[in-house]
Each structure stands twice: as C-alpha cells, then as structure tokens.
Design a protein around this ligand. Structure first.
Ligand code: ZN
Length: 292
C-alpha cells in the first residue's frame, strides 16, 4: 500500500502543512497561524495538531518532517535557538511531537528542507556537493554531500552570519557585521524606508535597480555567492528565496558579477548556478521528502 509523509514548515507567523504521496505530489497544503498551532505557552500542541491533520487525510502516514528556522542539536532532536520562536529554545521537540502525533517526527533546519525540495524539483541527482543560498527575510544556506546535509561539529551552516566589512549593525544573532545585515530582504526593506519610502517593496528593483545603493547590494551578494563557490567548488549552486523572486531582480547581472569573482579557469568555467522559483510550498515539499 502507498504510504505518505507529512511536511511542515515553521515560520515566525505561519506554519504550513502538506501531505506527500509516492508520486511526488503534495496534497492538502494549508497555512495556519503559528500562535494557534505552535503556541508559545504549549509548543507540544503541534503534536496534537499533526495527529488531527493525519487522521483527516485518511491515508497511512509513515513520518513527519519539520523545517525549523533556527539552530538544532547535531542529531536534530533538540531545538537550541530559534530567534523568531524563542519558546522553542532548548526543547527536545522531536520526542515531544512524536509522542503526541503518534508517528516519527524528524526535525531539520528549514534551509536543509528547502534545498531538499529544490534539488528534487530541479531534477538534480543527489551526488557530490550541492550548495543552496537563500536570500529571503534573512540570508540562509545549506550544503549537501551525496544527498545528505553536510554537518560540522555542531551541525551549523550559517552563511548569513559570515562576518563582512561594511556593516556596523547588530545582527539578530547578537554579533556585529554579519553578511545578513547587507544581503537580505530585511536590509532592502530598511533601504527602501530610508531612501524611497514612496516605493512599494515589490517594485524596488523595477524603480531603483540602477541606484548605487542597489548596485552595492548586488556587489555584496556577488561576493557572498563567489565565496561559496571558491570555498566549496560545488556540483551546483542553487540560489533562491523571496528576494531573487522579486520583480525585475537582475539575476543575469548578479550571476555575471559572481562569476567575475570566481577563480578561473575553474570553478568559474564549470559552475552550474541554478535559480529556484522559491515557491511557497518548497519548504513543505522538502520537509515531506526529508521524512520519506
Ligand atoms: Zn549574525
């Protein structure tokens, strides 16, 4: 009999759910307020919500995968630091939720889930080293080796907190001068408020793409991408997130600027830079695939 998995994508304000069949199709995708399904005062309630969601589907579910926007223990059993949902800090969340949901629950960083979904949708073979860079509200990253997340001593992978010159602001992590302060949707939003308050954020690249401040943003982004390529020499570099999905985002110009900073002849000549569309359900798909 066909078995299904459930994917969950936890965000600061919303939690998304989806059911994945063997053919790779997502069903019953929904979005619920985070305060309702993962309340600060009782995070384990998400286990009950999952139990109900699975019962409603009426199909056998073998496991649940959950993407967490924060730092997990190396074995992914415990949520160590989740800046947007501090109530999760230091909880043995995988066990808490498995018990209430009645099925195994597997946690991973949300960028690992995104890269899992992107590799699948782009039809990439899980071979060699694949890197993902996600420019959304913040700046995230994930690295896979032969289809598995590459893990260091603590399991961290935090490109957004790579120190760079040019930023004196304090980052959400507590340090000063993180890349995320200069390459993120949060930075673009601050730029817009300061320089072009009359422009809607969705038209930032359309109306101000030639401005020196936007060009400086793209140059820093190119440095970050080329740094990843020169350090890792990946089979493929996937770039995604809400920022590259914005109208008139200059993908070709950013790619050219990044290539200029990549070492030559290799990896510049062999680089496969792939843009993923950053669909809303990418994290859910990745989490369900990860659980499978
Ligand atoms: Zn930081």
């Amino acid at each position: 009999m066909e078995t299904f998995t459930v994917g969950v994508d936890v965000g600061g304000t919303h939690v998304r759910f989806g059911l994945l069949g063997a053919d790779g199709t997502l069903h019953s995708v929904c979005k619920r307020p985070r305060a309702d399904v993962l309340p600060d005062e009782e995070p384990a309630k998400l286990g009950d919500v999952l139990h109900e969601y699975i019962a409603e589907q009426g199909v056998p579910v073998s496991a649940v995968g959950i993407g967490i926007p924060g730092t997990l223990s190396r074995d992914c059993s415990t949520t160590l630091k989740v800046p947007n949902v501090p109530a999760l800090n230091g909880l043995p969340l995988a066990d808490m939720l498995s018990r209430r949901a009645g099925v195994p629950v597997k946690l991973e960083n949300d960028t690992v889930m995104l890269l899992t979904g992107d590799q699948y949708r782009l039809g990439l073979q899980p071979e060699g080293l694949v890197a993902g860079v996600y420019i959304g509200t913040g700046l995230g990253s994930a690295i896979f080796y032969d289809g598995k997340p590459l893990k260091g001593h603590n399991g961290l992978n935090e490109l957004g907190h790579f120190p760079v010159p040019g930023s004196k602001e304090r980052c959400t992590c507590g340090n000063v001068g993180c890349a995320e302060n200069l390459v993120s949707g949060r930075y673009l939003q601050a730029l817009r408020e300061r320089l072009w308050p009359e422009t809607h954020i969705s038209r930032l690249f359309t109306e101000h793409g030639d401005a020196s401040e936007i060009q400086a943003f793209l140059d820093t982004a190119a440095c970050i991408l080329a740094g990843v390529v020169n350090l890792l020499d990946p089979e493929a570099l996937i770039v995604s997130g809400g920022v590259p999905a914005m109208a008139d985002f200059p993908r070709a110009a950013l790619e050219a600027a990044a290539l200029e900073k990549c070492m030559k002849p290799r990896p510049a000549e062999t680089l496969r830079l792939l843009w993923s569309e950053g669909a809303d359900d990418a994290g859910v798909l990745g989490a369900a695939l990860f659980a499978r």
